[in-house]
Ligand binder design. Structure first.
Ligand SMILES: *Cc1c(COP(=O)(O)O)cnc(C)c1O
Length: 396
């Protein structure tokens, strides 16, 4: 019988992961939603034994230390990332900040890629630098990383592809550089969501995802995940326990539900986004379309080497339009929502100020840039909507 055989391919793991325990009778398809603060033990010995072991083992001992619903999601994410273990955090940003708290101390040096999710820069300015950690930004493609690294560097933090314009870096080369200097390589893997990109397989020690995006997939829940190799695990687990950071089991249950369809949704997001990218590239109002799956993107060769597809994100630069005209274009869209975040089933549009989010690269001379998230609507309707909005801009 093959009933207990471990399924190996990604889409299968997403469907089969986070197995359920049998009840009297049969067992449910989905893990139970366990809401708990207090956890009961049969004897004082059992309680004390669990307390002794919970720092290094995953045990259900108290609500703040994780619970079975969250554990099921952790297992699915660990399988996606190909790591040792996973911890859940209330937001993607909380997951990122915990990584710095776990691995850096005052007096240490850390390196952060120029293309990171913008609120990380705010964390650097308001907490990390005042706390005494020295922070250097390096170019999004990693080309100047060797010039920044020192004997005090504890962490190299990459995001690949980068936020807003999707710069690619050579992650295996960054891993080699970091490890040669005794530093850890961390990657924000929200873009790839463990399906399209797998940093731990490319040499990173720690991978962070905003599960708020594609893992959840429905724009109705916030969550962050951190998955590490076995060697990198303990500082993260210890710091997360020390700070009492936990997620609601209801939220974990929702994200787990989202992961079941993650691979299928991403295939559709990719197909729709590529259709729209090619249509946009042919529009006279568009100077260039930014998406690493397009041969015109500077990171395309690395994307081909390291990624397993693209998602619903693409940005484009207007050829001749004022920022006000770009805003007018977005306002004129009827099927695209105007809002931050992405990874849900719906299409979104936003004018993004890339220049203000980069300090190594000068984007000041670029035309206005619109970031689109292409959802699961019929792409023909989205093209009609975009076409109407372009007419408004050229006419006005
Ligand atoms: C959205 C996002 C985050 C933060 O996730 P939240 O759950 O919104 O805090 C982190 N990194 C990237 C690349 C993101 O796009």
């Amino acid at each position: 019988m093959s009933r207990t055989r471990q399924p190996s391919r990604l889409a299968t793991r997403l469907v089969k992961g986070g197995a359920t325990a049998p009840a009297a009778g049969g067992r449910a398809v989905n893990p139970a939603l366990v809401r708990a603060s207090t956890v009961l033990f049969d004897t004082m010995d059992d309680l004390n034994d669990a307390r002794r072991r919970r720092g290094t083992e995953r045990l259900f001992t108290y609500g703040a230390r994780g619970n079975p619903t969250g554990f099921a999601l952790e297992d699915v994410v660990t399988g996606l990332e190909g790591g040792y273990r996973t911890r859940l955090f209330p937001t993607g940003l909380a997951a990122i900040s915990m990584v710095f708290l776990a691995y850096a101390r005052p007096g240490d040096h850390v390196m952060v890629a120029d293309c990171v999710y913008q609120p990380l820069r705010h964390f650097v300015d308001t907490f990390l630098r005042p706390w005494g950690v020295e922070v250097s930004y390096f170019r999004a493609d990693g080309s100047d990383a060797a010039r920044h690294i020192t004997a005090r560097t504890k962490l190299v933090y990459a995001e690949c592809p980068g936020s807003l314009v999707y710069e690619m870096c050579d992650l295996p080369a960054l891993a080699e550089l970091a490890h040669r200097h005794g530093a850890l390589l961390v990657a924000d893997n929200t873009w790839g969501s463990g399906v399209l990109y797998r940093p731990l397989m490319l040499g990173a020690d720690v991978s962070v995802m905003a599960a708020t995006k594609y893992l959840s997939g429905h724009s109705d829940v916030m969550m962050g995940t951190v998955t590490t190799t076995r060697d990198a695990w303990q500082p993260l687990a210890t710091m997360a326990d020390a700070q009492g950071v936990a997620v609601s089991p209801d939220d974990a249950w929702l994200v787990l539900r989202g992961t079941r369809t993650l691979a299928a949704r991403l295939e559709l997001h990719e197909r729709h986004a590529l259709e729209i990218a090619h249509w946009l590239a042919a529009q006279p109002a568009v100077a260039r379309v930014l998406c690493p799956a397009l041969p015109s993107h500077p990171g395309h060769a690395l994307w081909r080497r390291d990624c397993h597809g693209t998602n619903g994100l693409l940005s484009f630069e207007f050829a001749h339009a004022s920022p006000a005209a770009a805003a007018q274009f977005v306002d004129a869209l009827e099927l695209f929502g105007i809002g931050a975040s992405w990874g849900g089933f719906e299409s979104l549009a936003l004018v993004v100020g890339v220049a203000g989010t980069r300090t190594c690269e000068d984007w000041g001379a670029a035309g206005p840039i619109v970031r689109l998230h292409i959802g699961l609507e019929d792409p023909r309707d989205l093209v009609d909507d975009l076409g109407r909005a372009f007419e408004g801009v050229s006419g006005g």
